[in-house]
Design a protein around this ligand. Structure first.
Ligand code: MLT
Length: 244
């Protein structure tokens, strides 16, 4: 297995495609995806465009449809939810489909949608993703950070590092064997530096600060938790993620 870390969708090659892609948006899209699937949602369908989200969700039964839209950290008018993982109550989520559009996370998913295996990771479900990678042992793995509008995000890269750290613990690979690019080594170093202070890292991160300004302090605490959800969101059809 060779692991390649990319900090943004824009930096992620589309040719060749990897055997397995892991889309990461810790603040907050992939944390929300893991949370709603762990609460029994039927699927999460991701859209980069809000109008397309509205049109597709119109055809879905109203009591089984949740519409979430976020731009710049804030909720989009006309949607039921923004992108906070803490907004969803389990009764409302069970068996429903979440139609989701966010600033960067859904673009990261689109960038690697042609990979034969596409899963999403956040700190909350890191171990479930590592279990999957250990079981399937794909030849090439891309860890794709969503970043923020084309630039690097600390929280996505630290999650990539958390995945690499756990893969090294769980397998016989050395870092030299596993790392496909320099970013992978840097992601691991970032995680090793901050693993005991992940909430502090979220608060320093530029998108963390944006969310704090919008009053989302509890989201940062939640998104910084490791391995609390045993759920693996996996792409079933293009843009549609289910719990495996
Ligand atoms: C994104 O896709 O950029 C994020 O998930 C933004 C957020 O809602 O925090």
């Amino acid at each position: 297995m060779k692991v390649f870390c990319y900090h943004t969708p824009e930096l992620t090659p589309t040719d060749p495609i990897p055997t397995c892609a892991v889309a990461i948006d810790v603040l907050r899209a992939t944390t929300t995806i893991a949370t709603v699937l762990a609460s029994g949602a039927e699927a999460v369908q991701a859209f980069s465009d809000i109008d397309k989200l509205m049109a597709a969700s119109e055809n879905w039964p109203e009591d089984k449809r949740l519409r979430a839209g976020e731009r710049g950290g804030a909720k989009v008018e006309g949607c039921d939810f923004g992108n906070s993982p803490l907004e969803y109550d389990a009764d409302r989520v069970r068996d429903a489909r979440l139609f989701l559009s966010t600033t960067n996370g859904t673009r990261a998913l689109q960038r690697v949608e042609n990979a034969p295996l596409l899963v999403t990771a956040a700190l909350v479900n890191r171990q479930a993703v590592v279990n999957f990678l250990c079981d399937r042992a794909p030849d090439t793995v891309y860890l794709v950070g969503s970043g923020w509008q084309g630039s690097f995000s600390l929280e996505d890269t630290v999650c990539a590092g958390a995945i690499v750290a756990s893969l090294l613990d769980r397998t016989d690979f050395s870092l030299e064997d596993l790392a496909g690019n320099d970013e992978t080594v840097a992601a691991l170093a970032l995680y090793q530096q901050w693993r005991d202070r992940l909430v502090s890292l979220m608060k320093i991160a530029s998108h963390g600060q944006r969310l704090l300004r919008l009053g989302n302090d509890a989201d940062l605490e939640y998104c910084a938790k490791e391995d609390i959800l045993d759920v693996l969101p996996i792409q079933k059809d293009k843009g549609v993620l289910v719990s495996s």
